[in-house]
Design a protein around this ligand. Structure first.
Ligand SMILES: [Zn+2]
Length: 842
């Protein structure tokens, strides 16, 4: 009997305790396993289903008290299960399953796989079944006792528990036994084996913390230690529950699919998300590492201690950890102002969620493959922004009380979104279930349009679409609207499509999303917009940033003119906040990449140069000693605009000179925050020697961010002779699997390499597919196609994606196609507008 792809394990048979022995052969890339698995049967059963993929089950029997039951096992590929059929019915109650099996390391970055000198596991969403026969759904929490057998001398071995036995076996090899874990879902189990070195152990309260890396990178583990030891106590205080897993190991893995994985007490990271030298790392990398570590540590409570029942509430894990990371890092390092970075992520989610092919935060998930597709900006950034909006509505204290109640009530168990809303409603006394469900169950978000009618303000809401031709939709949200009217904050709960607001007297200007806490966009009638732009200096940086983001979205949706948007950008040329400047430069870079016609390019570049030349002259290239971070980051935004978008010749030669000094290891050659710009400018102008030099740097660099920088620089070259080599390199093992999609995206965004890279993708698709053999990388490959720009590309991409069906990326395919169509339409619509706007400005 076929069980089918959507088969879910029956809930009348539950795992209680796994005693799993795993004997990996690191040389051969195979493993043998055996386990005693205690299960609890609610009713007598003849059959037990477990998940397993690619495993050969040898022995299968059960023990009930002192009776033994034999079983025949059969596997089913579609449901990824193994079914044990016993010779007679097992009675209700406790039984011990006794299993033995063998399997192989995975070629991709999931299950048990090789990453440089390590063997490492990655199980979320549903790949524990590639290593252990198990109940591989999040609702089945059980205690795990892991024993690693036959390990070579001298390698490190880590898992969720503490090592409690480490001894030589008489027949050779080593056995390491780990302490029993609290109840955990299978996706949170981890094993890491190989040559690793750790930082000296530090303590966060009483918990030992260690950060691990391959030995030559041991010196880069200090910052990760510092972050983990600082934020763990802050998290413990927030949740009001002690850390449950005894110790923290953080491991930098040389080839890793996601950013990081929150395995209980054995957290694995992409190296660039954990390891750095604070003396040479740009501030944005330091913030990113702190944010990722805090995200993974928040999961130890939200996700690990209290786990979603099923993957439809994956967003609960991810939205919460996303939001919490910013909250805690902000508490730890307020001067970093990380909420501004949160706004950047929110901007990406608003963009994605304006597509017709978007999806609700909480979506129906039928199987593990669909679960894997949910790891996107809607789940993380939109979800995080909705939690922030609700927190702002309830108040920080009440919100925290609700979270503590939810933790107390469901610790070591499972819960759903409604359990969370219930706890928040109970703690706050506010009926938030309807409000919250409107935001997590409906796709998209509202555009709030404000107009002045007599002495009153009229607010209208409608679902916002990027596509100017999208048919209107009747969806409504309960919107916690926060206005600022002449500097005074006013709160309203908007429930209907249209409402009239009494401003409380005559007013000059009104802002539609004060503090930018709401997950919506705001639009204004022309007069209100004019007055708001006059009031720009009175707005907070996050509000100016949101204004730029909203106005740009309206241009895309053909609801505002490009000319007015360019005026807004020009009005911000004296902007001193670097995050607002980054937003401005981001839009200018988009226009340069996608819209500007070749014949208009010189005019566009000189306009951009004019916008930033004064700020650049004031800031210079070299910081004065002790200069504050904000000024350094502002310099980076301005020089990026000048050297990379405006292609100012003087700025480019300044950048290249600094690249040379950097490579020559000249002390203090360049401020770390400028390294991306300097290396990109040098790569575009590279000749053969510099290409080889950068390739060598990408090979030998120990620091993961520096390595990544040089690696991607190779995809930015513009010299006609170098482009084919740069494209060829994509398929070479020189580009690791984890960087494959981003390397290709960089090639496709490079005007000089785009055609050749796209041709390679089509003609050598089998090789590409083989290298990107994991669902997450495949999705990123599809998304990389969105970097193409012209209508003929769109036609080719559409045809290509029809001919090459990619089921694990069907959502990414739909979103990429819709986005690319929109970008191509926009290019054709804006090109003449931009052309005439540039003429009138030059
Ligand atoms: Zn996460």
């Amino acid at each position: 009997m076929a069980l089918g792809k959507n088969f879910r394990l029956p809930t009348d048979c539950k795992p209680v305790r796994y005693g799993a022995h795993l004997a990996p052969d690191l040389e051969a890339g195979t493993f043998e396993g055996r386990m005693e698995l205690e299960v609890r049967l609610e009713a007598p059963r003849r059959e037990i289903h477990l998940h397993a993929v690619g495993l050969t089950v040898g022995r299968a029997r059960a023990r009930v008290q002192d009776r033994s039951f034999k079983a025949a096992s059969s596997t089913d590929a579609e449901s990824e299960t193994v079914t044990l059929r016993f010779d007679e019915e097992l009675p209700a109650g406790s039984a011990i399953l006794d299993l033995a099996w063998s399997g192989k390391f995975s070629p991709g970055l999931r299950g048990l796989y090789r990453a440089g000198p390590l063997a490492v596991t990655q199980f979320e969403a549903a790949d524990a079944r590639r290593v252990f026969p198990c109940f591989d759904e999040p609702a089945f929490k059980a205690r795990w006792n892991v024993v690693l057998v036959g390990l070579p001398e001298g390698v490190a071995a880590l898992s969720n528990g503490q090592p409690i036995r480490d001894q030589k076996e008489p027949g050779g090899g080593r056995t390491v036994q780990f302490s029993e874990t609290p109840p955990l879902s299978s996706y949170l189990i981890a094993v890491v084996i190989g040559e690793l070195a750790a930082s000296p152990e530090a303590k966060a309260r009483s918990y030992p913390v260690r950060t691990w890396a391959v030995p030559q990178k041991q010196a880069l583990t200090g910052f990760g230690q510092e972050v983990a030891t600082a934020v763990l106590p802050l998290l413990e205080d927030y949740f009001g529950q002690p850390y449950a897993y005894g110790k923290v190991d953080q491991v930098g893995v040389p080839d890793f699919e996601a950013g990081a994985m929150e395995n209980a007490a054995c957290i694995t990271y992409r190296e660039v998300a954990l390891l750095l030298d604070p003396k040479t790392a740009p501030l944005n990398i330091q913030k990113r590492v702190a944010e990722v570590i805090t995200h993974e540590l928040s999961h130890q409570w939200f996700g690990n201690l209290v786990t979603m029942v099923w993957w439809d509430d994956l967003w609960l894990n991810e939205a919460f950890a996303t939001w919490m990371a910013y909250k805690i890092v902000d508490q730890w390092r307020p001067r970093w102002r990380v909420w501004m970075d949160f706004e950047v992520g929110k901007g990406a989610a608003l963009h994605l969620d304006a597509l017709r092919s978007s999806h609700p935060i909480r979506a129906e998930i039928k199987n593990a493959e669909e679960a894997g597709e949910s790891f996107d900006a809607i789940t993380y950034e939109k979800g995080g922004a909705i939690l922030r909006m609700i927190e702002s509505y309830l108040g920080e204290e009440k919100f925290r009380e609700g979270i503590r109640l939810y933790m107390r009530r469901h610790r070591e168990a499972n819960a759903t979104a409604d359990d969370l809303w219930g706890a928040l409603a109970e703690a706050s006394g506010q009926p938030i279930v309807d409000l919250a469900n409107g935001w997590i169950r409906q796709t998209g978000y509202p555009l709030i349009t404000l107009s002045q009618e007599g002495g009153r303000i009229r607010a209208r809401q409608r679902r916002f679409f990027s596509d100017p031709h999208a048919a209107p939709e009747p969806t409504l949200w309960m919107v916690p609207l926060v206005l600022r009217i002449d500097g005074r904050e006013r709160r309203f709960m908007m429930r209907s499509a249209e409402e009239t607001i009494d401003p409380g007297g005559p007013f000059e200007w009104v802002l539609g999303n004060a503090g930018a806490r709401g997950f919506y966009r705001a639009a204004y009638d022309p007069e209100l917009l004019r007055r708001l732009i006059r009031a720009l200096p009175e707005l907070k940086p996050e509000e100016r940033m949101a204004l730029v983001s909203d106005q740009w979205a309206l241009v895309r949706a053909n609801a505002a003119k490009l000319d007015g948007f360019l005026d807004l950008l020009a009005a911000l040329q004296g902007e001193t906040d670097h995050t607002v400047l980054d937003e401005v430069v981001g839009r200018l870079s988009y226009l340069e990449h996608r819209v500007v016609a070749d014949e208009d390019r010189p005019r566009y570049q000189s306009w951009v140069q004019k916008l930033f030349s004064r700020a650049a002259a004031e800031l210079g290239w070299d910081p004065s000693p002790g200069e504050e971070d904000e000024r350094r980051l502002r310099r980076a935004a301005v020089l990026r605009a000048l050297a990379l978008v405006g292609r100012d010749p003087a700025a480019i030669s300044d950048a290249v000179a600094r690249y040379r000094r950097q490579v020559a290891k000249h002390p203090q050659a360049v401020d770390p925050n400028l390294l991306d710009i300097v290396v990109a400018a040098a790569a575009r102008q590279a000749d053969e020697n510099r290409f080889e030099e950068m390739k060598e740097l990408a090979r030998i660099e120990i620091d993961p961010a520096a390595k990544r920088r040089y690696l991607h620089a190779l995809a930015m070259v513009e010299g006609a002779k170098l482009v084919p080599r740069s494209v060829e390199l994509a398929l070479d093992p020189f580009v690791p699997m984890q960087d494959f999609a981003s390397y290709l995206a960089t090639l496709l965004a490079n005007r000089a390499a785009r055609e050749e890279a796209w041709k390679m993708l089509r003609t050598r698709w089998d090789e590409v597919r083989k290298k990107g053999d994991s669902p997450m990388i495949l999705r990123r490959l599809v998304e990389a196609l969105g970097s193409l720009t012209e209508r003929r590309h769109l036609v080719e991409v559409e045809k290509f994606l029809v001919e090459h069906e990619l089921p694990p990326a069907k959502q990414a395919v739909a979103q990429t196609l819709e986005r690319l169509r929109a970008d191509v339409d926009l290019r054709e619509r804006l090109q003449p507008e931009l052309s005439s706007a540039l003429r009138s400005r030059s």
